[in-house]
Design a protein around this ligand. Structure first.
Ligand code: 13P
Ligand code: SF4
Length: 319
């Protein structure tokens, strides 16, 4: 089936089944194009909590679909490919994180949504890259905090808040860790007029070279409202689809990862630092998921109820 026929069938099925398709900014352009809503992790969790649809098809990764199920347990949540995991979520195994919490009593646990439902169930308040600063600042300055799992986001928040009592879990995302200072310096030299926008999951040395640091929604918003004509984008390149759509007159250059060939620096290398998990979702898999109502994401009820409290606290603080 070609893409046009696939899209016609997806549209028929989503109408018949009262389904909504939610997509993250890191999805393939053709997937973002057919989604009912495209957003960052926070916006997607807000949509999942608010939708009146009977079925949520999550064009994203497992922890996002799980978050939707935790917030809307009566709805059917489909993840078109169950292999769409997350290296950051995997860097925080529940047993080890539980032992870390037990070893540090009296701490408030803040966890990024990029975690499993089990981790969320051990968490006091969830956060995303959009609201991590606000969530941390909602607590008294001397509050003891455990922040997990992203060390780069955690240390970035720690540095701008000056919090002394903040323990940061040593996890990371393979995509954002793969951006190197050397490549960024070389690209800046070639494009001296370009501004650098970076996601806070990048390493500190990379963030120090950024003109703007923010979540995917925040970097998109910045490039829409800023006056520069050229941007070096230091996050997963899927977001560039929306940047080009919103600002067609501007130029967006993705920073290649460390593994890209040296010549990639000279190219508009749209695919060189893709999140391999995000890119597993295709139009065909969305069509099949809608047709078969599989694979479904389920969360055990006692875990779900505990995890929901942490997510709802985040949503209440994010209005
Ligand atoms: P945001 O959606 O909060 O920008 O996070 C990016 C990310 O890594 C999602 O997997
Ligand atoms: Fe996880 Fe990183 Fe992929 Fe986001 S980009 S889903 S944090 S592996």
């Amino acid at each position: 089936m070609d893409d046009n026929n696939m899209i016609t069938d997806i549209n028929t099925l989503r109408r018949e089944k009262n389904a909504v398709i939610l997509a993250h900014f890191y999805q393939r352009p053709e997937v973002q194009q057919i989604a009912d809503f495209v957003g960052d992790s926070l916006q997607l969790s807000q949509q999942a909590a608010a939708t009146g649809a009977a079925i949520i098809v999550f064009a994203g990764v497992h922890f996002m679909a799980e978050t939707a199920k935790i917030l809307s347990p009566a709805k059917k949540v489909l993840l078109p490919d169950l292999n769409a995991g997350c290296s950051l979520a995997d860097s925080c195994p529940p047993e080890a994180f539980g032992a870390f919490i037990a070893a540090h009593p009296g701490h408030t646990v803040i966890s990024y949504v990029n975690t499993s439902a089990e981790i969320k169930a051990m968490t006091d308040i969830c956060c995303t890259s959009s609201n991590a600063l606000k969530i941390v600042e909602s607590l008294p300055v001397d509050e003891k905090i455990i922040f997990g799992p992203d060390r780069n986001l955690g240390n970035y928040i720690k540095s701008i808040t000056g919090r002394a009592e903040m323990l940061v879990w040593d996890g990371a995302c393979h995509v954002h860790e793969a951006f190197s200072v050397e490549r960024l310096v070389a690209l800046k030299k070639r494009l001296p007029g370009a501004k650098v926008v970076a996601h806070p999951e990048c390493k500190k040395a990379v963030l120090l070279l950024a003109d703007f640091i923010g979540s995917t929604a925040a970097v998109l918003h910045f490039t829409q409202h800023d006056a520069a004509a050229q941007y070096i984008v230091v996050t997963e390149p899927g977001v560039i689809f929306q940047m080009r759509k919103a600002s067609p007159q501007k130029e967006f250059i993705p920073l290649p990862g460390v593994d890209a060939s040296a010549s990639a620096l000279a190219d508009d290398c749209g695919a060189c630092n893709d999140c391999r998990f995000m890119k597993l979702i295709t139009l065909e898999k969305i069509y099949r998921a809608l047709q078969s109502e599989q694979p479904e994401v389920l969360v055990e009820e006692t875990v779900r109820a505990k995890a929901e409290k942490a997510i709802r606290r985040m949503l209440a603080l994010s209005k």
